[in-house]
Design a protein around this ligand. Sequence first.
Ligand code: ADP
Ligand code: MG
Length: 561
Amino acid sequence: MEFKELGLPKDILKAVVDLGFSTPSEIQEKAIPVLAAGKQDFIGLAQTGTGKTAAFGLPLIQHIEFEKPETQGLVICPTRELCMQITKDLAAFAIYQANPNIVPVYGGASISDQIRLIKKGAHIVVATPGRLLDLLNRKAIRLKTVQRIVLDEADEMLNMGFKEDIDAILDQTPEKKRVWLFSATMPGAVRRIANNYMKEPVEITVGRKNSVAINIEHRYYMMKERDRYHALKRLLDYYPDIFGLIFCRTRRETGLIADKLEKEGYDVVALHGDLSQAQRDAAMKKFRERTVKVLVATDVAARGLDVNDISHVIHYNLPDEIENYTHRSGRTARAGKTGKSLILVNTREVNRIRQVEKLIETPIEYKPIPNAEDICEKQMYALMDRVVKTPIDNEAIDRYWPVFYEKLKELHAEEIILKFISTELNAFLDYYKGSGDLNAAQEKGSRVKGREKERGRFNRNLSGTKTRFFINLGENQHMNKGALVRMVCSETGIESYHVGRIDIHARYSFFEIDGEVAPKVLSKLERGVYEGKSFSVSASQEKEYPERGYKRKPGKKKKHY
Ligand code: ADP
Ligand code: MG
């Protein structure tokens, strides 16, 4: 079906073309003809990301007489972010109308500014319930002339406790009006609003109620509670190209996790109700503009968030209200795209996975938490991609070229590649050094199979009778083979013939010690100070340092991502 078959006037169709919408979505196809005809109340049930804004927005614009200065349309939605988004969308739909005035009103911003805009003659007011009620109580806005009221994300507004506000608002609207209600789900409370304020509404459902998009891959990971945060980091590291949302259960948890991640160098920003409005705006702006790639949010704060191309939704904790899983995962895989919804659970929470499966009527696949090797591989490939795609800025390079050239001219191209890769790889190995397997033991009879058994490939010490140690001192700290042997022997009492192979690198080194005396190294030399720099020694987790560049293991299965 095409937009022009839906009964919309030319000037609105033109705006649709400008927006680049080629065909209407299912809810648009079904809702627009009814709403454009304009005679009936309407209930539209469709999951997030199905294009509900245009489904009500286009016919709403059509019904407004823009030459009259009075308020004819009212859209009520749960959050400030959504309020601004809808206003923006409506303005785009109304681009070919004469002087449309669409005013958003929401809490946390100057009410007097909003009053001024309303006084200028708002054709449509887009409001959050609390602020609208406030304006009504101050008599700053009158709803007598309102002909059409849209309740967007009705289920969420009720979840957020706006029932009384909505009742109070609807009680002040004229008897003769149309109500258009949009919702992802139809719980009893929404049904009651419909019964109280709507007359014989046309009800249309798109897809299954409560369902989530089929192009979302649902997975869960299981760890011990104390490893939850580490597991989260593994996932973030495993998906270097993530543009995603992390959902936490409370504002406090959201703040804590975001802070921790940020301190550890992750590009994240928090969005929750304890932040000031300005902070929330700044967070949203950064995320929208992709200056940060991950938004850590509460359910409420992220509600209605319309950001496209979200690749991953991570449930740091499942929501208390299991129904909210649908809203959360609906943030990804919008407008026909695919996405992943990843759930972290501890061993006692597996039964909640079953609840979610029931809710979404889709099985959720168990996945092992990626180990260091998996992550390293992913990161290295991502790096290669970045390198290949990086444009060369000749002008900028000219300045440094002579020095670079002088330093590198002796090396073969292949050697440069190996060194370049190793620089990055070493940093990773270093970072993940000693990190083990976070997958929690599965209970008997759980459906988990396969891969988690092959855990720890990276972490086994394969050096036979010798134990390989890592020390975070290298050439840069003036460490060399002789000095290392001297230090190890004098500190531990181990004879020098027990010291095996030594590899000195720029910032760290490896050394091997015969197995029978190896325990002494950790007991006597775990920490210390060398030439003023404190160091630590640990049993190396690497089988062997890949001196010849990073090679994929032969026969290893290609990962899918
Ligand atoms: P919902 O309110 O159902 O969650 P939105 O109205 O926010 O969904 O729309 C989701 C995204 O899909 C928006 O970015 C919107 O611009 C886009 N969109 C809506 N309708 C169409 C269409 N017919 N063709 C292409 N993109 C669309
Ligand atoms: Mg919407």
